[in-house]
Design a binder for this molecule. Sequence first.
Ligand SMILES: Nc1ncnc2c1ncn2[C@@H]1O[C@H](COP(=O)(O)OP(=O)(O)O)[C@@H](O)[C@H]1O
Ligand SMILES: [Mg+2]
Length: 158
Amino acid sequence: MNLIHMASKIKPKYKNKVFGASCLFYIRLTEKFSIKLYGNKQERDEILYKQRVAHVCGIAPQSLCKVKVKKYYGYITEHADTKTGLTLGQLDELLYKMHKLGFCTGDLGAYWNSGLINGKPVCIDFDSASVGSGNTKKLKLRKKNGSKSGSKSSSNRS
Ligand SMILES: Nc1ncnc2c1ncn2[C@@H]1O[C@H](COP(=O)(O)OP(=O)(O)O)[C@@H](O)[C@H]1O
Ligand SMILES: [Mg+2]
């Protein structure tokens, strides 16, 4: 069974609900991948776009395709270890790179909206309340001009 098929089978249940600012459900599909669900398509699209920009820069989990599950809009994301916590050095490194990209980091801490993937610090939460809109205008322009440096949706599923 592939990830898309697994995603189509999930049932968002109250026990999987996360009580954050915008992500309604975070559900593990496999050891490496999970699904994040939002109540609003535009919100999901903006969050996914920022995660992709940050992933290209090495500070966010990889994201795969968009999905629609019942009335929710989501996407498949790489899972990060959020339990271990970042060292101060790792947090500093992450904050520095986030600032360079134009993101706000007021809601980012060693155990908060961050995680580790293969020992590297990543930001896991790209809603505008957490990171602002980011300095992604330039990347958007490059994308419009046909360069590959922006992120590209891998699917038109939703
Ligand atoms: N890529 C990820 N890896 C591991 N856990 C995650 C990931 N994305 C989200 N989560 C879990 O889901 C919770 C809510 O996700 P988050 O993106 O922070 O949403 P919100 O904007 O609602 O705070 C996080 O606190 C974390 O426990
Ligand atoms: Mg959060």
